[in-house]
Design a binder for this molecule. Sequence first.
Ligand SMILES: [Zn+2]
Length: 494
Amino acid sequence: MKCVFVCVVVLAMLGVRVQAFSFNDLTDYVDKHQEEYVEALRDWVSIESDSSDITKRAELQRMMGVVEEKLRGMKGNVSMMDIGTETLEDGRVVALPSVVTAVFGDDENKHTVCVYGHVDVQPARREDGWTTDPYNLTEINGNLYGRGASDNKAPVLAWIHAVEAYTALNMELPVNVKFLIEGMEETGSNGLDVLVESQRDAFFFDVDYIVISDCGWQSTRPALTYGTRGNCYFYAQVEGPKQDLHSGVDGGAVIEPMSDLIGILNSLISASGQILIPGVADAVADFTEEEKKIYEKVDFDMETYRSSIGVERLMYDNKVDLLAHMWRFPTISIHGIEGAFCGFGTKTVIPAKVTAKFSIRQVPNMNPAVVEKQVTDHLHGVFQQRKSPNKLKVKMIIGVKPWLTDTKNALYEAGKRAVKKVFSVEPELIREGGTIPIARTFQDMTGKDIIMLPIGGFDDGLHSQNEKISRYNYMEGTKLFISFLHEVSHIKNN
Ligand SMILES: [Zn+2]
């Protein structure tokens, strides 16, 4: 309190009036600055910060610099944290983009919220099916189209604008805010684990809560996300002849690697979606009646969803089962086969070495290390029965655990109040079928409470063509973050 008093006196002497919290003034401020916010997003989207493409690394570095400059301009205590290097497949060693951190306020009497976000993006090329230039923000019917618009540039900007609105109006920030913005999320947050661990007693020391806004709503209703699936990503490689053969000449002389590979892939999952790898389903947590009740309340129209993805029939015919299989049961997806002929035309090649790529989404209480062994043993067992002279190699490339939290804790209650204040509805409580590894990393390494507070729309098309965020979600999302900071300040210490 003494500090607040001194600050007020100092500011009064400087002729600056500290304004009491006024939600209306803050939202007015957001509305008045809407065009400015859209322009900021335009600038950010124009930077091709694709972390998967090494030729774009300079752009990605530039993006981190833009974030740094913005936060410095707001008088934050900003640092560029070095997270080391990565070794490329060709042996080259390149620097990873620095992580930007910024601190606003260090009042011991206030809670401290850490906002996590990323400003790298998935690849995007016009010829992939974009109807607009992916790196030139284009507005159509109130939607802002551009790569990274929803994932995750607008949410990061919305957080920045939320803090900026408080300071611009000389309103005291209700909590201390720390930003942690990275540039390698889309390729697995390379280097971030090490940084988080090394900063546990430094940057994270006084952090009470971590907020992640890197996902979307499930419907037109705002949502709080309380779980994400993990992922185990595998390569299965079958190697046969020394070189590719010609089917007209050599066909019939060899057992083809591709045939072996398709054979073993076919042993992973049944036509009705059942995982056939022994033991994998055993670890899955029981589907309780209480959980089913949460799913029943979710606004999810099966018919709209079915037609939006353009299929004739979904795997399950009721909402609860469908959501459960998207959120809380494991699934296997086969993503591709490297080395196989995939061009146009009717080439009759027999590939000598083919590598299948598939992944298994992880749910409580699966353990990636156990899954790795189950999958490897299973595939080798099936392969052995084929009595093939070819060689099989199975390798798990990524092993990320799922994340799940309790929606009855004080942080989620603050989130619920914030949503209600801005949107006048109760938020939906949803889980995310995809994987956001950072949630689990933060949980395991810092032990802090984490909330996922999305502002992206359900139809934003993250990672696909024509990604967008609506002006509505961007602006109301900014107000949501403003409100959330205020609501967090009301959390009582226990
Ligand atoms: Zn993202």
